[in-house]
Ligand binder design. Structure first.
Ligand SMILES: Nc1nc2c(ncn2[C@@H]2O[C@H](COP(=O)(O)OP(=O)(O)OP(=O)(O)O)[C@@H](O)[C@H]2O)c(=O)[nH]1
Length: 341
């Protein structure tokens, strides 16, 4: 009768390898239990007769289940072993079933408190042992699935966050990502006492471009400008973003005023080299852009809003001065100071 029951259970539930660490000091009983476990479908039964051997085997072989006697030879008992096992796998979980001759309520209480998941009183029938094995295995599988789902969810969230911060037309960082990154770079620059440059770029006479060549061509033009900006950002922490319709923003960490101007010249050269034809531009037949630059070593009064406002005012000045140029109030101050020397 029992043989038949084992046959059914092992065939239907224990397909995958399932190893058990059996901790029992009585060699004869250990032999009987090991045979029962194997019969129940355990693919491997690791055997330990004392606390140290149990811990060593656990760390080395990571069994799927621990069957743990409470009374063990030496000063350490099963409760102590259970506590060490739990400490040995932070964030993990291996089912522990206590197996003991002590069947009082307090013994069960102590076993569960020590980290056990179940408590069996000896002698244990083969049927009960198989049933407990099945239950623990089911719990372990559910936990594994949960861990896997959590990891998948974490990855999906990461991907979603990335997607949420990408401008679909140009592939650059969008306004949302830009706001987050600018905020983070201000904090980092303040902490490091490093200069931070923010550049706002706006295409010149882009309405005329659209009106002459159509919106589809306009979109293609924005894509090309996006690629140019991406190319010119060679440092790993430089960020090129699409800030609005035909407005782009660049965050350049550890970039002083002189570096910002060098960067602006490189950008201007690269854009000119692409020669994007703009048939209706009063500035010639090619597309140009204007840029407003602000550079500072952020202090407690610096915010993303204050930097954006300053860059925007500089951009307005670049447009007012005739477009196709970069402007920075800070650089104007440098020039005035140099003239005064
Ligand atoms: N094709 C296309 N056009 C866009 C997009 N977003 C904004 N625009 C256009 O960009 C143009 C911006 O026009 P304005 O703000 O008047 O600026 P501008 O013509 O570039 O003039 P200045 O900035 O003063 O040199 C508008 O015609 C918008 O329709 C877009 O995603 N695709």
């Amino acid at each position: 009768m029992t043989e038949g029951l084992f046959g059914t259970l092992s065939a239907t539930t224990l397909h995958e390898p399932f190893s058990v660490l059996l901790v029992e000091d009585d060699a004869a009983l250990r032999g009987v239990l090991a045979a029962q476990l194997q019969h129940a479908g355990a693919s491997e039964v690791l055997q330990a007769a004392n606390a140290d051997a149990a811990l060593q085997l656990f760390r080395l072989r990571r069994p799927d289940l621990v069957l743990l006697d409470i009374c063990l030879p030496g000063s350490q008992d099963g409760y102590w072993v259970a506590q060490r096992l739990r400490e040995a796998e932070p964030g993990g979980w291996t089912p522990i079933i206590f197996l003991s001759g002590l069947g009082g309520d307090l013994d069960v209480w102590r076993g569960i408190e020590a980290g056990g998941d179940d408590y069996l009183t000896k002698p244990v029938t083969a049927t009960v042992l198989v049933a407990k094995l099945r239950a623990m295995r089911r719990l372990r599988d559910m936990r594994r699935r949960l861990v896997q789902l959590t990891e998948e969810l974490h990855l999906a969230n990461q991907k979603l966050n990335e997607m949420v911060e990408v401008d679909p037309l140009t592939g650059l960082v969008n306004r949302r990502g830009f706001d987050r990154m600018l905020h983070a770079e201000i904090l980092a620059a303040r902490r490091d006492g490093a200069p931070l440059t923010l550049m706002l770029c706006d295409l010149d006479h882009f309405k005329r471009y659209n009106d002459t060549l159509g919106h589809v061509q306009g979109d293609e033009c924005l894509r090309t400008v996006g690629r140019v900006l991406h190319e010119v950002c060679v440092r790993p922490r430089d960020v090129a973003a699409r800030y609005g319709g035909e407005e782009f923003a660049l965050i350049l960490p550890s970039t002083p005023r002189s570096g910002a101007m060098t960067f602006a010249r490189a950008l201007g050269r690269l854009l000119k080299a692409r020669t994007i034809t703009h048939p209706d531009s009063p500035l010639g037949q090619v597309l140009t852009l204007s840029g407003g630059i602000t550079t500072c070593v952020p202090d407690d009064s610096t915010s993303a809003e204050s930097m954006l406002m300053r860059a925007d005012e500089a951009l307005y000045a670049a447009k007012a001065q005739g477009r196709d140029r970069f402007f920075s109030f800070e650089m104007q101050m440098d020039t005035v100071e140099q003239r005064q020397l």
